[in-house]
Design a protein around this ligand. Structure first.
Ligand code: AMP
Ligand code: TRP
Length: 347
């Protein structure tokens, strides 16, 4: 990795992140992404949050469902504390810079870089020749999302680390090939106890909206009873909780539940263990279920309320897209210029 050539003046702090509208959101999305996105906004940093609909169609999406899921992710952003006045909230396909810059990056990035991505390998499976070309080029579009705004920081869960590294490689290669210091070398922000929330059925696997078992995850649309039931049935071992973090070594299921408790209550894992040292899961699980219901209940209720007003959601996304366009358009024009495209059309 080339050393970043940048000065703070050249690249003021700007945060970008995105979520795919490809199924219902989970507790993993909330703790690893949404909750942290709202914190960044509340710190007063310039924040852009996107529903990445162009990414979603790298695998088949039913058009009507896609529209619905796009609104649902927008509602989840708002219900989690994203204020469309303070943050720029929009869907990717309404802003042309994403797709256009992705094309340029397709010509900067190397095919080999794409084949190395673990997310591609996982999603493409055994029959990768039959996956869409878009699925392979997915990280190039993700780099375009971030760099169309010269975003300096990207909060994400751990599973996205490799994609951000690729974004850095693309920015560095563009800067190097065209002898410019145009794109920042973006930093991933992977912080807190819940950057990788695990499946409730298997503490060694990520909680995922695509897991075939609904029992493996808590959905943001689950009601209080369902949440409590899923936590009660979550896989654990027979030992009581230890009094320190080292004691969770080799106990992935226990560790995962304690981390979820810590993230939901804004405490450290160590702090939670101090309180529950020696407790059996018969005590800890109901406490966790109560906490999860207390924290997620209002978010689910607000999402449901917002989903009754699809026109309002669409209007918010439209206004956000205009603001996103205003920032990314001049950057895209500069890119075309750097690359050597003639831009003589009168508008
Ligand atoms: P996706 O649902 O794949 O579009 O992911 C949206 C965001 O949620 C990304 O920042 C992911 O890293 C994050 N995320 C997804 N699943 C988890 C999980 N199980 N734990 C923590 N973060 C997650
Ligand atoms: N690839 C991300 C995911 O699956 C979603 C995403 C698309 C994203 N573009 C982004 C995340 C830009 C951060 C920044 O979770």
């Amino acid at each position: 990795m080339a050393e970043p050539v940048q000065t703070p003046q050249a690249f003021p702090t700007r945060i970008f992140s995105g979520i795919q509208p490809s199924g219902s959101l989970t507790l993993g999305n909330y703790l690893g992404a949404l909750k942290r996105f709202a914190q960044k906004q509340d710190e007063g940093i310039e924040t852009l949050y996107c529903v990445v609909d162009l990414h979603a169609i790298t695998v088949w999406q039913d058009p009507e469902k896609l529209r619905q899921q796009t609104r649902e992710v927008a509602a989840a952003y708002i219900a989690s504390g994203i204020d469309p006045k303070r943050s720029i909230l929009y869907n990717q396909s309404q802003v042309r810079a994403h797709a256009e810059l992705a094309w340029i990056f397709n010509c900067v990035a190397r095919i080999g870089w794409m084949y190395r991505m673990t997310q591609f390998k996982d999603k493409a499976g055994a029959n990768s020749e039959n996956s869409s070309l878009g699925l392979l080029a997915y990280p190039s579009l993700m780099a375009a999302d971030i760099l169309a705004f010269k975003a300096t920081h990207v909060p994400v869960g751990e599973d996205q680390k490799q994609h951000i590294e690729l974004t850095r490689d693309i920015a560095a290669k563009f800067n190097h090939d065209y002898k410019v210091n145009f794109f920042p070398i973006t930093e991933p922000l992977i912080e807190g106890p819940a950057t990788k929330v695990m499946s409730l059925r298997d503490g060694t696997k990520k909680m995922s909206k695509s897991d075939p078992s609904d029992q493996s995850r808590i959905n943001l649309t689950d009601d209080a009873d369902t949440i409590a039931k899923k936590i009660r049935k979550a896989k654990t071992d027979a030992e009581p909780l230890p009094d320190n973090v080292e004691g969770l070594e080799g106990r992935p299921d226990a560790r995962s539940l304690v981390n979820i408790y810590a993230a939901l209550s804004d405490r450290t894992t160590a702090d939670v263990l101090t309180e529950f040292a020696g407790a059996q899961f018969g005590t800890f699980k109901p406490a966790l279920a109560d906490l999860a219901v207390e924290k997620l209940g209002p978010i689910t209720a607000e999402m449901n309320r917002l989903m009754q007003e699809p026109d309002e959601i669409d209007a918010i996304l439209g206004r956000g897209a205009e603001r996103a366009e205003a920032i990314s358009s001049p950057i895209l024009n500069d890119v075309y210029d750097i690359v050597g495209m003639i831009r003589s059309r009168q508008v």
